[in-house]
Ligand binder design. Structure first.
Ligand SMILES: [Zn+2]
Length: 387
């Protein structure tokens, strides 16, 4: 398309100015069909805000972005159109909203594709609307009504928390995915040690297999996201999809941290959440248990629990946590991490946290008090409990 620029006149300019007014980049009022200095400034501001090259002219790319931007959420019904999907800012805000609530809408790319429609339908089903994947007035109302209520508890996870309570203190049959971080050409943190070379990928894998053994002994079905030497690095998105396909009850991702400053040390646990207070209720609970059990049983410094929107945490449909078990770059943490007995202690702490996760709140026990050696007995006793 021929770029529309300063000095041009006509209906196309009127339309561009209309969109810019809608975006509050141009003052409402003065009607003109001329692309004057004010319009150029507004176009530049728009281009800057969208990461486009800033030339103050409306070429094909800027036009597409303007065309998408004119749609404010609520202005039209959104649905999965074939073969030309609906695009726009309204689609993007809906996708962000769905993702925040824990529905797998894929990337917030502003395109209403099949995946967005599926996530939409899942939301509709859970709030009791007809799950047709179309976001019309009724669904928009429901989204608005949920408003702040959704913040602080993703509905599907609140429901899972209910399922958890009802399932009783029983690990038997639970599907747990353990995700050893990194692998293949991505070793993660690497620290040379004399003739040896410690890598985060190898230590995470060792922790994962120890944890796999303990959890399997407790009657859970355990899957690892990767083997000891995968052919290629595995992106977090693929790891999340794998856990979703397996219908996992929990995902535990194992990493070991590193820092340029060798003084940095300690353990931290992460769950899904944003700074604005959206959180995975169950994920946050599990992260707190894992963190407390590890600190109590190993003496690693407590670097606390944190909310993150990383893909692995955001796109998994089950409660998911990522543990950074100490700093490989800290001589203190490293001397402990390379000791297999220490790694066993870490694993015991995680098993205890998972066990506590399935205790009803009133039967929970103090941190550090579960004897993992007696786990089978606990599980057996628990299976005659509430159904
Ligand atoms: Zn890592």
């Amino acid at each position: 398309m021929h770029p529309i620029r300063r000095g041009d006149r006509g209906p196309a300019v009127t339309e561009i100015r209309g969109i810019l007014v809608g975006l509050e980049l141009l003052p409402d009022g003065e009607q003109t069909d001329e692309f004057e200095a004010g319009t150029e400034r507004a176009v530049r501001a728009f281009q800057q805000s969208r990461g486009l090259s800033v030339d103050g002219q409306v070429g094909a790319e800027t036009w597409r972005a303007l065309d998408a931007a004119r749609w404010r959420f609520g202005a039209r019904t959104l649905y999965h159109a074939v073969p030309e999907p609906l695009c726009g800012e309204d689609v993007r805000s809906l996708q962000e909203r769905l993702l925040e609530m824990g529905y797998d809408a894929g990337r917030a790319d502003g395109i209403y594709d099949a995946r967005t429609a599926r996530a939409m339908a899942q939301f509709q089903r859970e709030v009791g609307l007809r799950p047709d994947g179309t976001c019309g007035p009724q669904t928009m109302n429901a989204l608005q009504r949920l408003g702040r209520k959704v913040i602080g508890g993703r509905p599907q996870w609140l429901r899972e928390s209910d399922v958890l309570r009802r399932s009783g203190p029983n690990l038997v049959g639970k599907i747990i995915v353990i995700d050893p971080g990194h692998g293949a050409s991505d070793p993660g943190v690497v620290v040379p040690d004399g003739s040896l070379r410690w890598t985060e990928a190898d230590l995470a894998y060792d922790l994962a297999t120890r944890l796999e053994g303990r959890l399997a002994a407790a009657g859970t079905r355990v899957h690892l996201t990767r083997g000891p030497a995968p052919a290629a690095p595995l992106p977090d998105l693929t790891r999340a999809e794998l856990a979703n396909e397996l219908g996992a009850d929990l995902l535990i991702s194992l990493h070991i941290d590193g820092h340029a400053n060798s003084e940095a040390n300690g353990v931290a646990t992460y769950h899904y959440g944003t700074n604005s207070g959206v959180t995975s209720t169950v994920g946050e609970h599990l992260a707190g248990l894992v963190q407390r059990e590890i600190v109590a049983r190993t003496g690693l410094r407590n670097c606390q629990v944190h909310a993150k929107t990383w893909e692995l945490l955001r796109l998994t449909r089950m409660p998911a946590v990522r543990v950074e078990v100490g700093y490989l770059t800290s001589p203190v943490d490293r001397s402990r991490l390379v000791d297999p007995r220490f790694r066993d202690k870490v694993v015991e702490a995680i098993v205890a946290a998972v066990q506590r996760m399935y205790f009803p709140a009133e039967q929970d026990v103090p941190t550090g008090s579960i004897d993992v050696g007696e786990l089978r007995a606990t599980v057996a006793a628990g299976s005659t409990g509430p159904d």
